[in-house]
Ligand binder design. Structure first.
Ligand code: MRU
Length: 348
C-alpha cells in the first residue's frame, strides 16, 4: 500500500492534497460542497481519472449532507444542480461520469425517503466507490507485477499513482507491487509537459517509496529506447473505448509508437471503471483542450513572446493495435480488441 493519502473524509468534509503545489509544499484543501469539489477538479488540485471519480462522488455526498435539512423539492433541485456542475468539470476521464452515474442510481433507489437518509446513503456509496478503487488497484498491481521481469527499467508517463487514484495507483501500482515482490525495478519518469505530472508527482511518489527514479524530458524517450535503456512501458488511462483504443495524457501516443518501433512492451493499467463501452473507438473520446497559458509558461514564469499562440490538448489516443496488454482488476487482456474487452464485463 502507498503512504500517500490523496483524499480523506474528515469531520464531514473532503480533504484533498493540493497537487498543484507538489513537491514543494504538501497541503490539504478542504471542500464542503459540490461546487468546491468541481473547482478542485477543474483547477487540478485533484487529478487522475479514478481520483476525480472518487472526488465527484464525495462532492455529491457533501451537497446532499449540506441540504439534508431542506424539504424534497429544494433538496432534489440542489442535488440535480450538483450533478450538472460536477459533470462539467473535466470531459475526458470517464471515471468521473461513471462515479456520477453510480451516485445517481443510489439516489434514485432511495426515491421518496427523507433527505437525511438519502444523504447518509450517498455518503456510504461514495465511501464504497473509494474502497473499490483501492481494491481494484491492488489487484491491478498484482496482475501487472507478473509481467515485470526482475531488474526491469520501466518507463511511465504522467502520474497514474496513488495521487491519481484512491491509493496504490494503476501504472505505479504495477511498479509498487513488482517492487514489493523484490523485483528490484527502477523507474524512468517522463516529465509530462506541460503540467509536469511526471516530474512533480510521479518522481515524488517514487522517492516516498524508495523506488529508484530517473527523470527525463518527454523528448528523450526515443533516444533511451534506441540505446536499449527501457525494458517496458506502463501507463494509466483516462478512457478506453469499446475497441481498446486508449485516451491518456498527451504524449502517450508518441511513446506507444516508439515502443512499437523498438519492440518494447507497452502496457496500459486501468480499472474497469475507465472502460467506456458506449464509444465504438477512440476517435469518439472527447479530448480536453486546456488553457494555452500552461504551454506558454509555468506558474508565474512566461517563456514565450507576447503574441505567440499555443495549443494545449491534454490527452491523446493510442490505437489498440499498439497496446501489448490492458491490465485490469479482472484480467489481463493481451492485444485488446472489442470481443476481449466485452468478455471482461460478461464474467463480472
Ligand atoms: O490531466 P491529468 O493529470 O488528470 O491526467 C492524468 C492521466 O492522464 C493519467 O494517466 C490517467 O488519469 C490515469 S490515472 C490512474
Amino acid at each position: 500500500m502507498s503512504k500517500v493519502e490523496t483524499m480523506r473524509w474528515r469531520d464531514g468534509r473532503l480533504e484533498l492534497i493540493d497537487q498543484r503545489l507538489l513537491p514543494e509544499r504538501f497541503e490539504y484543501v478542504v471542500c464542503d460542497c459540490a461546487e468546491r469539489v468541481a473547482e478542485a477538479i477543474r483547477s487540478m488540485i485533484v487529478r487522475g481519472a479514478p481520483a476525480i471519480g472518487c472526488a465527484a462522488a464525495y462532492g455529491i455526498a457533501l451537497e446532499a449532507l449540506r441540504t439534508s435539512g431542506e424539504d424534497h423539492p429544494v433538496f432534489d433541485a440542489t442535488l440535480e444542480h450538483a450533478f450538472e456542475v460536477l459533470a462539467r468539470s473535466r470531459p475526458t476521464a470517464v471515471n468521473l461520469f461513471w462515479a456520477l452515474e453510480r451516485m445517481r442510481h443510489a439516489w434514485k433507489r432511495m426515491a421518496g425517503q427523507p433527505p437525511g437518509l438519502i444523504a447518509a446513503t450517498l455518503l456510504e456509496e461514495a465511501h464504497d466507490i473509494f474502497a473499490e478503487d483501492l481494491r481494484s488497484n491492488l489487484a491491478i498491481g498484482e496482475r501487472g507485477a507478473a509481467l515485470v521481469p526482475p531488474g526491469a527499467r520501466i518507463l511511465t508517463h504522467c502520474n497514474a499513482g496513488a495521487l491519481a487514484t484512491a491509493g496504490h495507483g494503476t501504472a505505479l501500482g504495477v511498479i509498487r507491487s513488482a517492487q514489493a515482490q523484490g523485483k528490484n525495478v527502477s523507474v524512468i519518469a517522463a516529465e509530462t509537459r506541460p503540467f509536469l505530472q511526471g516530474a512533480r508527482l510521479t518522481a515524488w511518489e517514487m522517492v516516498q517509496e524508495d523506488i529508484p527514479v530517473t527523470l527525463v524530458t518527454d523528448n528523450m524517450v526515443g533516444y533511451l529506447m534506441s540505446r536499449g535503456e527501457i525494458d517496458l512501458v506502463v501507463v494509466g488511462a483516462d478512457r478506453v473505448a469499446a475497441n481498446g483504443d486508449v485516451a491518456n495524457k498527451i504524449g502517450t501516443y508518441t511513446i506507444a509508437v516508439l515502443a512499437e518501433r523498438h519492440g518494447i512492451p507497452f502496457y496500459v493499467a486501468c480499472p474497469l471503471s475507465t472502460i467506456d463501452r458506449s464509444l465504438e473507438s477512440g476517435s469518439a473520446i472527447p479530448i480536453e483542450e486546456r488553457s494555452p497559458e500552461e504551454v506558454l509558461g509555468f506558474r508565474a514564469t512566461r517563456w514565450a513572446a507576447e503574441g505567440v499562440r499555443a495549443r494545449n490538448p491534454a490527452f491523446d489516443v493510442t490505437p489498440a493495435a499498439l497496446v501489448t496488454a490492458l491490465i485490469t482488476e479482472k484480467d489481463t487482456v493481451t492485444r485488446p480488441e472489442r470481443e476481449k474487452i466485452e468478455r471482461l464485463f460478461e464474467r463480472r
